[in-house]
Design a protein around this ligand. Structure first.
Ligand code: ATP
Ligand code: MG
Length: 268
């Protein structure tokens, strides 16, 4: 006998939404979690929460779009995916040039258009548009970019969802000045800057949060060396360094980590 409980179980476990795939894809962009290492992360998360609420509650703004802009490896993609998941909206979609490799300009535009049209069918939707420069095929030599993709994005960023539907767009980019020149910035309700880690304290925060990395003794040395230093490094680069140090021989790893950190983060 099949009863209601079976249907509910299937809904929970077996049936994937027809469009707006999957938490798994979003999780894959947050492979190392989110470590709140300092104020810049808190600021982005707070703005994200605020915009989620605005999308849900406000009658006047059915379309809310934010741009997270920051240096390479600063954690833009992971934060964008994280905020999208926080929204718990029923339609979530991640657009990235990575899954459009080899697409013609026209195919890219059509794919983008389709994603937004599907988003407009759900009452609450969140679309992440990752690495705007890559989608635009931007190259500094020339400079060159796809004007077709640019015009398509501009229109899609402006198109209001039908009555009663709401859409939150979270985009990421590395070069604010380029988007400014292309006239894309005014398309966003809010541009948020994400900074690199700038102090030794930020790094220590990450080290303290990651387990099985350095032992207590090593941490004491690192704290002495780092607590008053200025640095400049993205979270993704730091996590790489930590991973390398982890593989290294125990008696060499602190020194090795500090040397590499100095090289990449320019400690003063
Ligand atoms: P790129 O410039 O190559 O696009 P990015 O700025 O998009 O890089 P991500 O790809 O988001 O960087 O990489 C960030 C990595 O750091 C992810 O693995 C994520 O899980 C991890 N991470 C840990 N803490 C944070 C944080 N506070 N913010 C963002 N990412 C974090
Ligand atoms: Mg990225």
């Amino acid at each position: 006998l099949i009863c209601r409980a079976d249907f509910m179980h299937a809904l929970e476990n077996d049936i994937k939404p027809a469009f707006g795939v999957s938490k798994d894809e979003f999780d894959s962009y947050i492979s190392n979690g989110i470590i709140v290492w300092g104020q810049p992360v808190t600021d982005v998360l707070e703005e994200g929460q605020l915009r989620i609420r605005q999308t849900m509650k406000s009658e006047m703004t059915p379309l809310v779009s934010i741009l997270i802009e920051g240096p390479p490896n600063s954690g833009k993609t992971a934060l964008a995916a994280h905020i999208a998941l926080l929204s718990k909206f029923p339609y979530l979609k991640f657009c990235t040039a990575q899954t459009m490799l080899g697409f013609s300009e026209l195919a890219k535009c059509q794919q983008l258009k389709k994603i937004f049209e599907d988003a407009h069918k759900s009452t609450l939707s969140c679309v992440v548009v990752d690495e705007l420069e890559s989608l635009l095929e931007y190259a500094p030599v020339g400079p060159r970019y796809s004007n077709n993709v640019l015009q398509t994005l501009k229109l899609l960023l402006k198109r209001l969802p039908p009555k009663g539907r709401k859409l939150l767009i979270i985009a990421t980019a590395t070069h604010r000045d380029i988007l400014e020149q292309l006239g894309l910035l005014p398309s966003f309700s809010k541009v948020i800057h994400l900074s690199n880690m700038s102090s030794g304290k930020h790094i220590l925060h990450v080290l303290n949060e990651i387990e099985h990395c350095f032992n207590d003794n090593e941490m004491r040395i690192l704290e002495k060396k780092l607590h008053d230093k200025k640095v400049w490094i993205g979270i993704k680069s730091l996590l790489d360094l930590i991973e390398v140090a982890r593989q290294a021989d125990e008696n060499a790893r602190v020194l090795r980590f500090l040397t590499q950190l100095e090289e990449i983060a320019g400690m003063t």
